[in-house]
Design a binder for this molecule. Structure first.
Ligand code: FAD
Length: 236
């Protein structure tokens, strides 16, 4: 994995994230028309105070109105397979049926393979796979069948969109050190791009242990006490 990969660009984001969420929050508790709340909204500190209070109360539908769109490339199929498990995200991914690989297909190399000194063998395997793939295409086998031999390492591209609630959930799960390195880097870059636009979100775009105050994974990294240890701490 090159240090620049995956390539992540935030290509679309709402201009009025705070105001949108504030209007959604206030609408729930106000006799005012939402458009009047929207028009009157101005004080950033006041908006943030209410939003934080509403989020702390678990009223998370209020942040579903803001959607972010990312253009992603240089990411392995192993990683995108994990990403597509998130059911509130939308995806448009480069097809291995409609796009026939030319010459050597692009692939991702995890740093552990280099570290183990196995990069040369890894590259040879990819080259052999590519040669067989080309042979299959030349023999008239359609790309949708030739792709059966392409590995998890094959590089992919996609456009994905998700709302803020799902982005926070994604960050909570995938920034955890138990998540695979590549998806962790990908989600970190997605979060950084959003935080650059909306710095107040840095508090929420964190691994889940930060908001829980403990680790609920089977194996923790030590940043926070394990759930059971935390219970003992509270009891004691
Ligand atoms: C460290 C790690 C290891 C993993 N290992 C494995 C593994 O070994 N095998 C494997 O198969 N998967 C594995 N996964 C994937 C994991 O099981 C989830 O499929 C994935 O993380 C998506 O999470 P989610 O379902 O919470 O989120 P999303 O699909 O993003 O949904 C967000 C939330 O919406 C709600 N929701 C969505 N759909 C439904 C529904 N149908 N019914 C009710 N509520 C719903 C839930 O509250 C859910 O948390 C792993 C994930 C992580 C982070």
């Amino acid at each position: 994995m090159s240090k620049d990969f995956p390539i992540v660009d935030l290509v679309s984001a709402p201009n009025d994230v705070l105001r949108t969420i504030y209007t959604a929050c206030r609408t729930c508790y106000s006799a005012e028309y939402p458009i009047n709340i929207w028009d009157a909204a101005a004080d950033e500190e006041k908006m943030l105070k209410l939003i934080k209070k509403v989020l702390a109360s678990g009223h998370h539908s209020t942040i579903e109105h803001c959607t972010f769109v990312f253009a992603i490339s240089g990411v392995s199929r192993a990683c995108t397979h994990q990403l597509v498990r998130h059911r509130h995200m939308s995806f448009s991914q480069k097809s291995q049926r409609y796009v026939t690989e030319k010459e050597q297909f692009e692939y991702i190399t995890p740093p552990t393979i280099k570290k183990a000194g196995l990069e040369e063998e890894y590259n040879e395997f990819m080259q052999k796979t590519s040669e067989l793939y080309s042979k299959m295409i030349q023999a008239g086998i359609p790309a949708e069948d030739a792709r059966f031999i392409l590995p998890n390492a094959a590089s992919s591209s996609l456009v994905t969109s998700l709302n803020l609630r799902e982005l926070i959930h994604l960050a909570n799960l995938r920034l955890c050190v138990n998540a695979q390195l590549e998806i962790r880097i990908l989600v970190k870059k997605m979060c950084e791009a959003v935080i650059e636009k909306e710095p107040w979100l840095s508090e929420y775009l964190k691994p889940k242990c930060v908001s829980l105050g403990y680790c609920n994974e089977i194996r923790g990294c030590g940043r926070y006490p394990q759930k059971e240890a935390k219970k003992e701490q509270i009891k004691g």
